[in-house]
Unconditional design. Structure first.
Length: 298
């Protein structure tokens, strides 16, 4: 095959929170053909598939990840003008997409500058920020899977809801195109600068974290609920809630994924006891990460 997956590849270095174990097999796919070949390689061995993007909304199991973990690179992380606006690979980072759109005089994806993830992850989560939502500007995505090869889907076929889609495990966004509008580059860059400043003022930076921990309940914000419930005083191992924003978990240097999950459980318990609200995790997982409040399917 074109690429030979690496065995026992440490994944913590590819996550922003820097916790978790190794992938049994790991490979970087740089083209659609390479991605299809790697998916076929895993399917032929009965291996599950995982994908790691920017690692900014991800918890990797301490025990590691069975099967093949993929990272999209090269062409599959590229950004270029498209028929409707901007076309990019599933591995492209959203802040880079927003910056490229501004450079070529296109607007509509400015909110992406504050979403530190990849296009594929953002589609899977129907990412939103500062009034913008990915599903509203999505023209199509190209999905790769071992079972179905490649399939192009429109936004109406993705089951997009708040921070969710119907993409299944093993379905990977190889490419996507966004419908954008002509705009003056300087004006779009000014909006990007304002959004960056607002994010830096409200959220912690310079720490090891994976971004928002819990989804915002209707009419509430998870960070305020956690702070008002006293979660800021909690610490489990090397993990704590960030002082600047309680909905961010910080790895103070020695945290494990188990520490992070334990901290989340305690914070969630305090909010439930104080306000009767059961927070739902927003962070995604790779490998056998188990949230103790989730009842396994029978």
């Amino acid at each position: 095959m074109i690429l030979e997956p690496v065995r026992n590849f440490p994944l913590a270095r590819l996550t922003t929170v820097r916790t978790g174990g190794s992938a049994a097999f790991f490979a970087r796919a740089r083209t659609g053909d390479e991605l299809d070949e790697l998916l076929g390689w895993a399917a032929g061995r009965g291996l599950p598939i995982g994908v790691i993007g920017s690692g900014s909304n991800l918890l990797v199991a301490d025990e590691g990840v069975a099967g093949l973990v993929l990272k999209l690179d090269g062409e599959l992380a590229g950004i270029e003008p498209g028929e409707a606006g901007i076309r990019c690979g599933g591995g492209a980072r959203l802040p880079a997409v927003a910056a490229r759109a501004a450079a070529v005089g296109l607007g509509g994806i400015e909110f992406g500058v504050n979403i530190p993830g990849t296009v594929g992850g953002a589609v899977r989560m129907n990412a939103n920020a500062y009034g913008g939502e990915l599903g509203r500007i999505l023209a199509w995505v190209e999905i790769h899977s071992a079972e179905g090869g490649r399939e192009r889907r429109g936004p109406g076929e993705l089951g997009l809801t708040y921070r969710a889609s119907n993409l299944r495990a093993g379905e990977i966004v190889g490419r996507a195109e966004f419908v954008l509008e002509p705009a003056e580059s300087g004006a779009v860059r000014a909006v990007l600068a304002d959004l960056r400043a607002r994010r830096h003022a409200a959220q912690p930076k310079g720490i090891k974290t994976f971004g928002s921990t819990f989804k915002n309940p209707p009419g509430e914000t998870a960070g305020l609920l956690l702070a008002r419930a006293g979660a800021g005083a909690l610490r489990v191992g090397g993990a704590r809630f960030a002082p600047k924003h309680a909905n961010f978990v910080e790895n103070t240097g020695s945290a494990t994924t188990a520490d992070v999950v334990g901290l989340m459980a305690e914070g969630r318990r305090l909010v439930a006891e104080e306000f009767g609200i059961e927070l739902e995790a927003e962070v995604q997982t790779l490998g056998p990460v188990r949230f103790p409040w989730v009842v396994p399917d029978a």
